[in-house]
Ligand binder design. Structure first.
Ligand code: G3P
Ligand code: MG
Length: 246
């Protein structure tokens, strides 16, 4: 239930990604250790329908592989190193499965699962994620987010009890999202940091929705957003946020 989510809440963005390689178990476990009450991560499907955690559509930036994520089977992706690009200390970190996140930190923090099949929006990501959430009976810990309202509509169909937050692009790019969001059953809106004002927060609260802002790494911004009444932020640096967004 969204009403059980704390306010303010800090989502460690891709885990404690300022300190550890984003979207790895190391980053999620560090976020828990640093005291973040919630983590955010990006899910995608492999070509053999496994749900994995990785941000980019390609492997090149955060692993020693190359090419489109969705073209690879899980076994091949599992061979890759997803840590050494950040620092040698993290050599050997792997691309995690969603289930591994549930099993390691899933009971310790809230989980913002961003549905990021932006390159393959008609794939089976949403039903596969919903099935895993049900299997692990972890509905109470989860909020879905996505820039695509089609994903959130699918999430609502598959798992109506799990709250949904629409991510907004910044500025003019978000006009279609703003329009659609009026007619959608959402429990949260996730605007970009520079778009957030007290007026925006009041408007969203009046619609009985929470405001979770991405991605906030500057302490002054954190304090400003809290003063505006934002309920949560996504940040790479949970330690900084614990000091400044309270
Ligand atoms: O959920 C906030 C943020 O993660 C959205 O953008 O590209 O970092 O997934 P991105
Ligand atoms: Mg994300």
């Amino acid at each position: 239930m969204i009403s059980d989510f704390p306010s303010p809440v800090i989502f460690a963005h891709r885990g404690a990604s300022a300190y550890a390689p984003e979207n790895t178990l190391a980053a999620f476990e560090l976020a828990v250790k640093q005291g973040a009450p919630a983590i955010e991560f990006d899910v995608k499907l492999t070509c053999d329908r496994q749900v994995i955690i990785i941000h980019d559509q390609t492997l090149d930036r955060t692993t020693n592989g190359t090419g489109q994520v969705v073209k690879h089977p899980f076994a091949a992706l599992r061979e890759l190193d997803a840590g050494v690009w950040k620092s040698a200390e993290f050599r050997g970190e792997k691309i995690p499965l969603l289930e591994e996140v549930f099993e390691t930190v899933g009971r310790k923090v809230l989980l913002n699962i961003e549905l990021t099949n932006y390159a393959t929006p008609f794939d089976a990501l949403v039903p596969e994620v919903a099935a895993l959430i049900k299997k692990h009976n972890i509905q109470q810990q989860v909020i879905f987010s996505s820039f695509y309202f089609s994903n959130l509509l699918a999430a609502q169909r598959n798992l109506p009890e799990v709250p949904r937050g629409l991510l907004f692009e910044t500025g003019i790019d978000a006009w279609h999202q703003k329009l659609a969001s009026r007619f959608m059953n959402l429990q949260a809106e996730h605007p970009y940091t520079t778009d957030v004002t007290s007026q925006l927060v009041q408007r969203v609260h009046a619609a009985k929705r929470r405001v979770h802002v991405w991605t906030v790494n500057d302490p002054q911004d954190m304090r400003r957003l809290r003063a505006c009444g934002a309920d949560g932020i996504f940040t790479d640096d949970p330690l900084l946020a614990i000091e400044n967004f309270k």
